[in-house]
Design a protein around this ligand. Structure first.
Ligand code: ZN
Length: 124
């Protein structure tokens, strides 16, 4: 399932960076995910737990936080930019259906928090 490979990709990105920064553990990873992606949150949570266990103590029990990104369109006819839900992408100014989605398909690592041996207190 593709949520699994998404989580693998996130870990491949985060773990080496965390190690470089002397992390003993990654406590939370925040992802920015567009609401126009077809990611299923339940499947993502499930894959998250599986992959965190597999990758060992550095990410064991690591929390997943998601920042949703609402769809944002630009009208090709009049240039108006607007937010809209995925079922109503028509331009509210000129009514054109010629619109381009400019936000809402993101899938990126927003940030992550690490614990180091010196600062092992869990403040969260
Ligand atoms: Zn327009």
């Amino acid at each position: 399932m593709h949520e699994y490979s998404i989580v693998e990709g996130v870990m491949d990105g985060v773990i080496p960076l965390a190690r470089q920064n002397g992390a003993s553990r990654v406590s939370v990873i925040r992802l920015r995910i567009g609401t126009m992606t077809d990611i299923v949150r339940e499947a993502l949570d499930f894959a998250w737990d599986v992959v965190c266990d597999e990758r060992g103590p550095i990410v064991q029990g690591c929390r997943l936080e998601i920042e949703p990104v609402e769809p944002h369109f630009v009208c090709m006819a009049c240039g108006h930019e607007y937010d809209a839900d995925r079922l109503h992408p028509r331009c509210p100014v000129c009514g054109s259906g010629q619109t381009l989605l400019t936000k809402g398909r993101e899938l990126e690592i927003a940030s992550f928090d690490i614990e180091t041996p010196e600062t092992s207190d869990d403040e969260s």
